[in-house]
Design a protein around this ligand. Sequence first.
Ligand code: UD1
Ligand code: MG
Length: 457
Amino acid sequence: MATALSRTEVYSLLSLSLACCGILANTLQGDGEPLIASIAFSGLAFSCCYALIRWLGSAFMRAGFKGKDLCKLRQTEIPETMGAVCAMVYLLIIVIFIPWPFYKDIVAATSGGGNRDVMRELEQVETGRLLHKFPHNKLASYLSATLSLHTIVLLGIGDDLFDIRWRHKVLIPAIAAIPMLIVYFVDFGVTQMVVPTPLRPYLGELFDLGWLYYVYMALLSIFSSNSINILAGINGIEVAQSLVIALLIVLNDALYLCFTPYPNPATDSHLFSLYLLLPFIGVSVALLMHNWYPAKVFVGDTYCYFAGMVFAVDGILGHFSKTLILLLLPQGFNFVYSAPQLFHIVPCPRHRLPHFNARTGLLECSRVEFKKPLARPIAESLKLLHRLRMLDVETDERGDVVSSSNFTIINLWLVWFGPMREDRLALGLLALQTALGLLGLFIRHRMALLVFTQDNW
Ligand code: UD1
Ligand code: MG
């Protein structure tokens, strides 16, 4: 990989960074303008991440963070765990960003004149000190989000270093979710779900899940991070699917912010969601430019966990976890579809990524061979899936199942549409993700009226 930045790259990154710094300096003259500042920070995040990926690539390889690109004729080694660079840049940026969303409140709380109205004077008399209306709860929310993300990154890097076992891995995100669940508990504490109209006669209008709601949120964190890691293995797919999801959430937030009259309690949660997502988009685009086919770096498990956790934190603290689930439908399907292999009902090879056919240069579905005969019900289920074109099963002359395609939607796509080049495969899956996501949002806002009495934007 070319490690030095070309002259054009240097000039483009420099001018982008300068423009962003200019915008940031300007925001401090007004009210802080947090949304504009967040966009400028995302530009900075992009430039830093882009340059660092180049500069640190060889250092990462020397430290042992490298992997072979298995879907290529020449399986050269390239830097892995570049998601760690993304995550570091991202975490630093969202920490530096903290003063902006609270700029107005900081000014109001620290400067006396003009803000100290009669009410404040009265409060001061009662308590003996100036009671600021500083939104500590919002700051707590924001800080708990960064803490959860920090934890997941630590654990992600640990996994990239030591290949932690699956059964330990799944719990990692649940632990990382604790800080934000506490804040949710203290601050928001709503554990009720609105019941769809057809079920209301049985469950009532609201159904209180109680502590189960916290289990649900912890499970969402586990699901969201692990599901991205198992929809992986071809160049660009991990980052690109995360980008599609992030952009769809941004679209959802933007639609909300544009179409709802301002003083509204939900405005803040959608802004909060944007502050977390825009820099994420910045670092992800920089990574994608190096990870897209033919990949020059790999993202590592750190990126997959980190991206999933960004969505979980965003959905939970932004109060749109159900919408998030709609956007994760392909991941959800892949998870369920993978379950027989994940839970070792059928054998699961170390890698399930597609098989590279050196003669044609195209990817074909990879297969799992069944050395031992399968139990009858399992064999029959596989044959049924084969007839439904949901799997490609090979049988011997006696009718025993000897092999099948691996249980991932990446392989299923190849079963459906035949061998294809790596980037076409990734583009196909991304088109599916985008189409389903848009449909999900449409259903969320249009059809919500059919199953719920109102659309709670
Ligand atoms: C998960 C999947 C595994 C898949 C792997 C690929 C499950 C249970 N596990 O495992 O089936 O094979 O991700 O990421 O579903 N690689 C490429 N090209 C790419 C990306 C990765 O060849 O575009 C290879 C590289 O050799 C790289 C390795 O995959 O070093 C990374 O695998 P890793 O992330 O460690 O695998 P898991 O997350 O454990
Ligand atoms: Mg992985």
